[in-house]
Design a protein around this ligand. Structure first.
Ligand SMILES: *[C@@H]1O[C@H](CO)[C@@H](O)[C@H](O)[C@H]1NC(C)=O
Ligand SMILES: *[C@@H]1O[C@H](CO)[C@@H](O)[C@H](O)[C@H]1NC(C)=O
Ligand SMILES: *[C@@H]1O[C@H](CO)[C@@H](O)[C@H](O)[C@H]1NC(C)=O
Ligand SMILES: *[C@@H]1O[C@H](CO)[C@@H](O)[C@H](O)[C@H]1NC(C)=O
Ligand SMILES: *[C@@H]1O[C@H](CO)[C@@H](O)[C@H](O)[C@H]1NC(C)=O
Ligand SMILES: *[C@@H]1O[C@H](CO)[C@@H](O)[C@H](O)[C@H]1NC(C)=O
Ligand SMILES: *[C@@H]1O[C@H](CO)[C@@H](O)[C@H](O)[C@H]1NC(C)=O
Ligand SMILES: *[C@@H]1O[C@H](CO)[C@@H](O)[C@H](O)[C@H]1NC(C)=O
Ligand SMILES: *[C@@H]1O[C@H](CO)[C@@H](O)[C@H](O)[C@H]1NC(C)=O
Ligand SMILES: *[C@@H]1O[C@H](CO)[C@@H](O)[C@H](O)[C@H]1NC(C)=O
Length: 879
């Protein structure tokens, strides 16, 4: 999530910009000439133009022809999408966003001597771009973007020397870029992005000296950036990201003094960032992240005073950050993480008053955190972690009202924890682990009530744990291990109801473990090891419903192990070693099905250990040094043969067995009677209808509201006629059917007819039953199941949107599926899984979530489908 915060907004912005480029430009150009002379008599030329268009129209699919219904007769000037010039010759064809489908093969490009503009973006044209396109002698504006054109760009494009605007982006074009052999010298805009073009870019690109926008991003281009790029001094936008460029950034880039936006991110560019970059004083966007750029950040970067964001992360930059960075007072984001930068943080960083995102993580910054940092009061997210910062931080941090996340872990900072953190009222994460902080935790920290994560482990902190921390009721993680805290755990900690992870390892904490910890119902990991806790283990810990790891080792605990601990339903790892516990291991442990690891060594325990999996494979290391543990582990003495305790248990078991058998028998009787009744009723219906004998022996499960008949499905699909097929999988063929009541459903006909005698029919049946009972907006509704000697099939909800997998693989649909919708899909899937795992009884595990199994409706709401491999979980199983 945090990474998404850092990167997603940039991409989203870029996508938006690209949309704007695609959407706005053609309109600007198209508003120039719109003369139409419908009433003028048809000339010979008009006729040949009309014929050429009609021939093309005839080659398109039926639906497209319907859209072009005005294309009849011999006067094309009045047809939709067609504009003529003063001499009634066609000057433009503008059919963008029409939904047309077909190829350009039947369009005779030689027939349009005056054609200046073709705009057919956002249609479904496919096939190659014909060589004859080179015959468009007057063309000025050509936009074929956002279609399905494939193959390579024809050489003949190079004849179109009058072209001013060329857009072939968002297609499947491949091969090298041929025509750029510098012939199209009139071009001002060239867009080839989102194709699979390959090869390197010819240096003749430097001839296109009128170019103002050049977008080649998201292609498979390789090779280097030709230095002739420096000739394109009118360029304002250069988008060259996510290609596969290598080599260095040419020095001549500094000539592009009109550049506003430069994006070379996510390539393999290496070498230094040329100092000439400082000449690009009009830059507002500079994206260079995710390359292999090395050497220092040039001092001249301080000239780029229009920059709002400076993402240089994930390169190999080294050297100190130049002090000129303090000139970039418009910066809201400075991200240089994951480089090899060393030296101090510039002391004038406080000039960057608008800074919200500052990430210096994973470098070699040294020296102190400059005190001017107090002036960056708009900070939202800050990461200094994993550097070599030193110095006393007692008074370095100010109050940052918007600050959400701060991580300065893994440095060499010392001094005391500032009470100012408590005044950062929006702070959710404070991470200062692995430094040399000393002194106590200021009680005022309890005022940072939005805190979710507090990590102060591995410092030299002392004093008592302030009870005020109990006010941080949103806390999810509290990690104070490896310090020198003393005193009790305050009973107020029992109020931290959201806490999932509490680590107080290796301190000098003492007193008894407060029973109030039973309030931590979300606690998952409780690690109090290596302290001085005494007294007995509070039995209340057995009520911690979510607890999976409990480590109380290395304390001074006494008394017996409370039987209630055996009731912690999710406990997997239990370490009680190195205490003074005595008595026997309670028999309640026999029910702990989830337990996988247990360590009870170095105590005073005696008696047998329970017959549960972790003990069956236990080695002496986990049980050694006790008073009298016995059992079948080498190194321990065997237990005496007869024991009242275990005899009692046996008799309990027998009684339980009898009970289960009786219940089972009872259920069987009910079932037989039920099935018999069902069949009788079925027979009666049949005989009443007096029809098809085949519909006998139908086994079916239906959801309560959908009492449909087998017959209806057979009729709706005309006995599974192929014309209703909408898909086929390995186990089933999928049909779309409209029921008599108008409802559209999906019918999945299983390839193999379900065998009535198959051994796990029972399990299958209860699975289907459970699935038909699910009602959740993010789970595809299963209406029912039918099995018959001829067909077995499932009937499910029909979702118009198709599968996520299909949408993501279609360039156009993938763009429509914007970030907002994607996040919503993720939430939907999470809701569905949470529902199945926690709100269904018995819980259901899907076991095969993939983009193929996530279907969308028209609102892009996710629905999980395909429960073919799903399993119902026994409540006591340890999966
Ligand atoms: C298109 O129309 C023609 C005749 O009008 C018809 O023969 C053909 O089947 C139609 N094609 C489709 C895909 O509907
Ligand atoms: C593309 O055209 C279709 C109509 O064919 C329209 O519904 C859709 O909104 C257009 N997409 C864009 C991105 O303009
Ligand atoms: C295309 O049009 C030109 C000019 O109208 C004509 O000379 C030529 O024969 C046409 N080509 C075809 C294949 O129809
Ligand atoms: C490009 O222009 C050169 C002359 O400048 C010419 O020789 C060549 O044929 C042209 N290429 C194309 C594909 O038109
Ligand atoms: C383009 O740049 C190269 C060197 O960078 C130079 O030799 C050439 O003359 C330039 N061409 C034009 C048309 O300016
Ligand atoms: C560009 O920057 C370099 C170094 O910063 C400088 O030497 C050169 O004169 C500048 N060129 C222009 C055209 O401003
Ligand atoms: C940028 O800052 C440096 C020192 O930090 C200063 O010497 C230089 O003049 C500044 N440049 C501009 C363009 O403001
Ligand atoms: C913070 O800004 C104020 C003026 O806005 C200035 O007087 C002060 O010196 C700055 N503090 C630091 C530490 O740079
Ligand atoms: C603190 O967070 C709240 C809720 O996200 C937000 O509305 C508020 O503007 C934030 N305060 C500051 C000073 O950023
Ligand atoms: C015990 O160990 C054996 C071999 O390492 C393993 O196959 C078996 O599954 C283990 N049994 C349990 C209950 O963990």
């Amino acid at each position: 999530m945090f990474l998404m915060f850092e990167q997603a907004p940039w991409r989203a912005l870029l996508m938006t910009l690209c949309f704007l480029v695609i959407i706005c430009l053609p309109h600007v150009a198209s508003s120039s000439k719109t003369a139409s002379f419908a009433l003028a008599p048809a000339t010979a030329e008009e006729n040949s133009e009309a014929n050429a268009l009609l021939k093309w129209k005839a080659s398109l699919d039926n639906q497209s022809q319907a859209l072009l219904s005005s294309w009849t007769g011999t006067s094309p000037c009045s047809w939709v999408g067609i504009t003529c010039d003063a001499s009634n010759s066609i000057s433009s064809i503008t059919l963008e966003n029409f939904g047309l489908r077909g190829t350009l093969y039947s369009l005779n490009f030689s027939s349009f001597p005056s054609l200046q503009k073709i705009d057919i973006w956002n249609n479904s044209f496919y096939g190659t771009v014909p060589h004859q396109i080179g015959n468009l002698s007057s063309i000025f504006h050509l936009d074929l973007s956002d279609n399905f054109f494939s193959g390579s760009i024809p050489e003949e494009m190079g004849y179109l020397v009058g072209l001013n605007y060329l857009n072939l982006s968002i297609n499947n074009l491949s091969g090298e870029i041929p025509f750029i052999v510098g012939n199209l010298t009139q071009l001002t805009i060239l867009e080839l992005f989102e194709n699979t073009l390959s090869g390197s870019i010819s240096s003749s690109i430097g001839n296109l000296i009128d170019l103002s926008e050049l977008s080649l991003y998201e292609n498979n281009l390789s090779g280097t950036i030709p230095s002739t790029i420096g000739n394109l001094t009118k360029l304002t936008k250069l988008y060259w990201y996510k290609t596969k460029l290598f080599g260095s950034i040419p020095f001549s880039i500094g000539n592009l003094i009109n550049l506003n936006e430069l994006d070379l991110s996510t390539n393999r560019l290496s070498g230094p960032l040329p100092s000439s970059i400082g000449n690009l004083t009009k830059l507002t966007v500079l994206q260079l992240f995710d390359n292999r750029l090395s050497g220092p950040i040039p001092f001249s970067i301080g000239n780029l005073i229009g920059l709002e964001k400076l993402p240089l992360y994930e390169n190999e930059l080294s050297g100190p950050v130049p002090s000129s960075i303090g000139n970039l007072t418009e910066l809201t984001s400075l991200m240089v993480y994951s480089n090899a930068i060393y030296g101090p943080i510039p002391s004038n960083i406080g000039n960057l008053r608008k800074l919200k995102y500052l990430n210096l993580e994973k470098n070699y910054f040294s020296g102190t955190i400059p005190s001017s940092w107090k002036n960056c009061t708009n900070l939202f997210r800050v990461r200094f972690d994993d550097n070599q910062l030193t110095g006393d931080v007692t008074n370095v941090f100010g109050v940052y009202p918007s600050l959400d996340y701060v991580d300065i872990s893994d440095n060499k900072l010392y001094g005391q924890l500032s009470s100012n953190w408590g005044k950062c009222h929006n702070l959710t994460s404070l991470k200062i682990s692995n430094n040399n902080l000393s002194g106590g935790i200021p009680p005022d920290l309890g005022k940072a009530t939005q805190l979710r994560v507090l990590q102060l482990s591995s410092n030299h902190l002392t004093g008592k744990l302030p009870k005020e921390l109990g006010k941080l009721t949103m806390l999810i993680e509290l990690s104070l291990s490896n310090n020198k805290f003393t005193g009790n755990i305050p009973v107020e900690f029992g109020a931290l109801v959201e806490l999932a992870n509490l680590e107080l390892v290796a301190n000098n904490l003492s007193g008894s473990i407060p029973k109030q910890l039973e309030g931590l119902l979300h606690l998952w990991n409780l690690n109090l090891s290596r302290n001085l806790f005494e007294g007995s283990i509070p039995s209340e810990l057995g009520r911690l419903q979510s607890l999976q790891i409990l480590d109380l080792s290395g304390n001074l605990l006494t008394g017996t192990i409370p039987a209630a601990l055996g009731q912690a339903p999710r406990l997997e790892t239990l370490n009680l070693s190195h205490n003074n516990l005595s008595g026997i291991i309670p028999s309640s442990f026999e029910d702990m099905m989830s337990l996988t690891t247990i360590d009870k060594s170095y105590n005073q325990l005696e008696g047998p250990f329970p017959d549960i999996p972790p003990f069956r494979n236990a080695t002496i290391a986990l049980l050694r040094n006790n008073k009298g543990l016995c059992g079948n582990v080498s190194g321990l003495m065997p237990c005496p043969l007869v024991q009242h305790d275990s005899y009692d248990k046996k008799s309990h078991k027998i009684m339980l067995l009898v009970l289960i058998l009786t219940l089972g028998l009872l259920m069987l009787v009910f079932l037989v009677v039920g099935v018999a009744c069902f069949l009788c009723r079925g027979e009666r219906n049949k005989s009443e209808e007096g029809s098809e004998a085949q519909t006998q022996n139908v086994f079916s499960v239906w959801s309560f509201e959908e009492k449909l008949a087998y017959k209806n499905i057979i009729e709706a699909t005309e006995e599974f006629n192929n014309k209703y097929i909408i898909g086929e999988g390995s186990s089933a063929r999928v049909y779309k059917a409209q029921l008599p009541n108008g409802k559209v459903v999906v019918v999945k006909k299983l390839h193999s007819v379900l065998d009535g005698e198959m051994p796990n029919l029972k399990a299958f049946e209860s699975k289907i039953q459970a699935l038909t009972e699910i009602r959740h907006r993010n789970i595809m509704k299963l209406y029912g199941f039918f099995s018959h000697s001829r067909f077995s099939f499932l009937v499910c909800e029909f979702l118009e949107g198709g599968s996520l997998d299909k949408i993501l693989n279609n360039q156009r649909q993938a763009i429509v599926l914007n970030w907002h919708r994607r996040v919503n899909i993720v939430k939907g899937v999470a809701n569905a899984l949470s529902y199945m795992h926690h709100d269904c009884s018995p819980p259901i595990v899907h076991r095969y979530i993939s983009s193929k199994n996530i279907l969308l409706d028209l609102e892009y709401e996710a629905h999980i489908s395909d429960f073919g491999t799903a399993k119902l979980l026994r409540a006591d199983s340890s999966n």
